[in-house]
Design a protein around this ligand. Structure first.
Ligand SMILES: C[S@@+](CC[C@H](N)C(=O)[O-])C[C@H]1O[C@@H](n2cnc3c(N)ncnc32)[C@H](O)[C@@H]1O
Length: 213
């Protein structure tokens, strides 16, 4: 069984994108940006996790063209909201267009700048979220997860993308900062007493952790 075959099967059978979401690859290409949005089936997983958990206040780290943002927003109840942290203003402008194309603007806000600094700001403001999705600079993942624990309620979900890093985590000779960081994050997720978690081998590996009461 090939991973690609499984992926195509899941996408064809289980994923229905909005027209506004279908525009994202072209929008990224037009601006010379890489196609590194979550794959469609991970988008659907995010959507289901928000629905199942009943989350109302979501924090996203890493918006790019707004593809994952719209999957999260689609699942929110009427009064739910997402704050998406994104380093680059150019990406925020593209993500805003995607969100608008999906008629989801009333639920989504963006905050530009470095996520570490913005997380510290949110913590200092006493903000609380019930769902955090992390999909940004891999070397800072552990810091983001640890800070996420300070701004989440018990029962919150912490969802982290790319935890298989295209198989690079299995090659111990790969000492690139992203590979080292992702291995450390997986160990932390497995052993950290404040969460219970699993790494789902879907897409590039999605970490799913629940903050304990
Ligand atoms: C993989 S892309 C996000 C893809 C997006 N979640 C999706 O699936 O549609 C990573 C994004 O993280 C942003 N990023 C990188 N470093 C960051 C930082 N320190 N703070 C905030 N965002 C950052 C990048 O600019 C990029 O847009």
């Amino acid at each position: 069984m090939e991973r690609k075959q499984v992926q195509s099967y899941l996408q064809a059978l289980f994923v229905e994108e909005l027209a506004g979401q279908q525009n994202v690859p072209e929008r990224l290409a037009k601006h010379g940006l890489p196609q590194i949005s979550v794959p469609k089936e991970v988008g659907k997983l995010l959507y289901l996790l928000v629905k199942i958990s009943g989350s109302k206040r979501i924090l996203e780290i890493g918006a790019l063209g707004g593809y994952s943002t719209t999957w999260l927003a689609r699942a929110l109840p009427e009064k739910g909201s997402i704050l998406s942290l994104e380093l680059k203003e150019e990406h925020i402008q593209l993500a805003k267009q995607t969100v608008e194309d999906c008629n989801l603007s009333s639920k989504v806000n963006f905050r530009s700048g470095d996520a570490g600094e913005n997380l510290a700001y949110l913590r200092d403001q006493g903000e609380k979220f019930d769902f955090v999705f992390i999909d940004a600079d891999k070397p800072n993942y552990l810091k983001y997860l640890q800070m996420a624990l300070e701004i989440t309620n018990p029962g919150a979900l912490l969802v982290t993308d790319n935890l298989l890093l295209n198989g690079r985590i299995f090659n111990d000779e790969d000492q690139n900062p992203s590979a080292v960081s992702v291995r450390m994050v997986n160990k932390w997720l497995a052993e950290e007493p404040r969460v219970e978690s699993l790494l789902l081998p879907i897409g590039d590996g999605v970490g799913l952790a629940r903050v304990k009461e």
